[in-house]
Write a protein that binds this ligand. Structure first.
Ligand SMILES: Cc1ncc(COP(=O)(O)O)c(C=O)c1O
Length: 405
């Protein structure tokens, strides 16, 4: 570890050699499922596609013959602008012409944002760094790789509220940081940063000249109150959206993971520069899909229904799991992040649940990398509550039967 390393930071110059799902397949390859399988690993929504999608698509089918503009259609940007303005009380301050871009889902944008930030910031001298939480969405590692930057993983454990410890970051590290991938609501833990925490991150970004890449794709899948967002925090600070970009998509909000439409919104100067680069290099978003997205961002009824379905499943989870785990319901997202240390940790429990109950979960260790004090995901399993309520009830009852023995 080099001298400016934060005490709890893990470092890796390269990509993970395989993704968590491949590692899981290898982990349980020697085991047969003990009962009919229930797969609870992938964060792929299984609630219904909103009813209006087919009509909007049919109505704009002719546009499939046209090359889309990299900046998106006016209708897309205006719909996204209205949605963000209402959701985060921005008072019309977002620049709808320059401060919003369509993405092919947030993953694509997350992959290339660090590269865009590196070029835009043009920091000289020390090797650029990309910060991310640990556990983390694996694409952040790809982003650091693409940007030729050092990947710095910041442990996000229970002791720091499952968010990175900002006090542990040295000025030297922050000075050479080009992008800080900040996930809120976080996958897998489901915690969300409050306004003050976002503002601390933004203050650091402005002081040390880096870009906050806010991964907010679970922003609408919350329990009681909508979590604060990075744009809201920047707006409340009163100095525009410099050094801030929010990445979001319709994948979780609208059960449209296959549509592959997302958005980047915030710093208009960064987004302008990134759009020029993206005009050479990035995949455009086809216009009929942007039309669907514009309609989806204009409708909240299907999103409220989505939340209702997830919340009902969390009620089931809390009722069944409370005797073993206490409170299990996170602030947002659609995962359970269960501490299974007393049963031998995530790897051991994943094998047992598959072999004894046919329940396929993901070991937390596969969503994190080794840090200064071990792997922060090692004690956990992640369970996705994407199936219907009956299936969730059946699967979690089996989990209780296995672990409750
Ligand atoms: C934390 C997080 N960010 C980003 C994504 C990517 O979502 P999409 O590319 O579908 O918008 C996911 C998908 O699972 C995720 O969990």
């Amino acid at each position: 570890m080099s001298s400016d390393a934060a005490p709890k930071a893990a470092r890796s110059a390269s990509l993970p050699s395989s993704n968590p799902f491949e590692r899981l397949a290898a982990l349980i390859a020697d085991l047969a499922p003990g009962m009919d399988p229930v797969v609870m690993t992938i964060g792929e929504p299984r609630h219904a596609v909103p009813g209006f999608v087919a009509d909007v698509l049919a109505g704009s089918i002719g546009d499939f013959s046209r090359y889309p503009n990299i900046r998106g259609t006016d209708a897309f940007r205006e719909s996204v602008g209205r949605w963000l303005d209402t959701r985060y009380c921005l008072g019309g301050t977002l620049d709808v012409a320059r401060g919003i871009l369509p993405l092919n889902g947030s993953r694509e944008g997350l992959t290339f944002a660090a590269l865009g930030a590196r070029d835009y910031l043009a920091k000289t001298g020390a090797r650029p760094a990309v910060l991310m939480p640990n556990p983390f969405y694996q694409t952040y590692a790809a982003a650091a790789h693409v940007a030729g930057a050092e990947l710095v993983a910041l442990d996000a454990r229970a002791e720091t509220g499952f968010l990175p410890d900002l006090d542990a970051l040295s000025p030297e590290l922050l000075d050479r940081t080009v992008a800080f991938y900040y996930a809120s609501p976080a996958n897998p833990q489901g915690v969300a940063a409050d306004l003050a925490t976002w503002q601390r991150v933004i203050t650091l970004a402005r002081r040390h000249r880096f870009l906050v890449v806010a991964d907010e794709c679970y922003s609408e899948i919350y329990r009681d109150a909508p979590p604060a967002g990075v744009l809201e925090a920047a707006h409340a600070m009163g100095e525009g959206f410099a050094n801030v970009v929010s990445i979001n998509s319709l994948s979780k909000r609208s059960n449209l993971a296959g549509l592959r439409v997302g958005l980047a919104a915030g710093d208009p100067d960064f987004l302008e520069a990134w759009a020029r680069f993206r005009g050479l290099a990035a995949p455009q978003v086809s216009m009929p899909l942007q039309a669907v997205a514009a309609a989806a961002f204009a409708d909240e009824a299907h999103v409220a229904e989505n939340r209702r379905l997830y919340n009902a499943k969390y009620d089931v989870a809390q009722r069944l799991l409370a005797p073993l785990f206490g409170p299990v319901v996170p602030q947002a997202g659609f995962f359970l992040w269960l501490d299974v240390a007393r049963w031998g940790g995530g790897i051991e429990v994943t094998r047992r649940l598959w072999a004894e109950a046919g329940v396929k979960v993901l070991p937390g260790a596969y969503l994190a990398m080794d840090g200064a004090s071990g792997n922060p995901g090692a004690d956990y399993i992640r369970i996705a509550l994407v199936d219907d309520e009956t299936t969730i009830e059946r699967a979690l009852s089996r989990v209780v039967a296995v672990l409750g023995d």
